[in-house]
Design a protein around this ligand. Structure first.
Ligand code: HEC
Length: 248
């Protein structure tokens, strides 16, 4: 971790490399609209976690690559150790962020079910997230955009809750199991890629033809039917709201 910072003379220069040695890897807890720092690990502290290795295909190069690092679940356990059991239980979303502002929105359940790795080289020049999609190929059956979970040059991890971020996408009327299933797919899969886009609300395009995008998860017929039910439920809720509004 001995990256040299560019010394800038001109105004408006932005640091291109943030080094772990300088700022550490930070863990936040986002709740009630606030982000609170839980932990900041320096390089030695990251190394001190139990290390593991695995061979996984690199989504960039397509090559089988040996990765070494620590489990995301270990970092999670350590960061959340000071929270109450109740607060801990509410966390269902882990957001990894990197120095370019990219995000990986990973359901917490995935980190429990599979050994998601925070990998690094000996010099800790970069922390990279790795999904065990080669060694544990069963993970490919989840309807999740796994490729979007591979991020390089991580700087932060945030522990939070889908409802905290996406409350407007949760159905109020929770009676149709298919719609609830569709809601989960929408919030976990679609939002993983669309967290920053303006057109978050559009659902039906996926059902007909989503633009050809790298890393799109495979959806089964059942998944698509669930998304359709979710879309219909959202439409109904919107129409009902409009009617109430109009009759006032
Ligand atoms: C792997 C990442 C990824 C996933 C997962 C994903 N999308 Fe997209 N989606 C994109 C990208 C990238 C574009 C822009 C493609 C283009 O313009 O060529 C896009 C385009 C769209 C568009 C067209 C309008 C727009 O915003 O550009 C809609 C609507 C859309 N996605 C909805 C969805 C829905 C609904 C889901 C979940 C069922 C979903 N997407 C899942 C990456 C993704």
């Amino acid at each position: 971790m001995k990256k040299q910072h560019v010394t800038c003379i001109l105004v408006g220069c932005v640091l291109s490399q943030v080094s772990l040695a300088d700022v550490g890897f930070q863990a936040f807890w986002r709740h009630a609209g606030q982000a609170q720092v839980l932990k900041t690990w320096n390089g030695d502290e990251i190394r001190a976690f139990k290390q593991t290795a695995s061979r996984e295909r690199d989504p960039g190069s397509g090559e089988l690559t040996q990765w070494r690092g620590v489990l995301l679940s270990s970092l999670l356990e350590s960061a959340l150790s000071t929270l109450s059991t109740e607060n801990k239980a509410q966390i269902d979303l882990v957001i990894l962020k990197n120095e370019s502002g990219l995000q990986a929105l990973i359901p917490r359940a995935l980190t429990v079910k599979y050994p998601v790795l925070i990998a690094f080289k000996k010099d800790l020049s970069s922390l990279d997230s790795v999904i065990p999609w080669t060694s544990r190929s069963k993970v490919m059956q989840e309807n999740l955009p796994l490729e979007s979970y591979f991020l390089k040059h991580l700087t932060q991890v945030e522990f939070t809750n889908y409802k905290e971020l996406y409350s407007e996408y949760f159905l109020k009327k929770r009676t149709d199991p298919a719609a609830i299933r569709g809601e989960k797919i929408f919030i976990q899969s679609c939002m993983a890629c669309h967290y920053g886009s303006q057109n978050k609300a559009a659902v039906q395009v996926f059902l007909k033809a989503h633009p050809k995008v790298k890393g799109l998860p495979k959806m089964t017929e059942k998944d698509l039917r669930s998304l359709e039910s979710y879309y219909q439920a959202r439409l109904q809720a919107r129409l009902a709201a409009e009617q109430t509004h109009a009759s006032r």
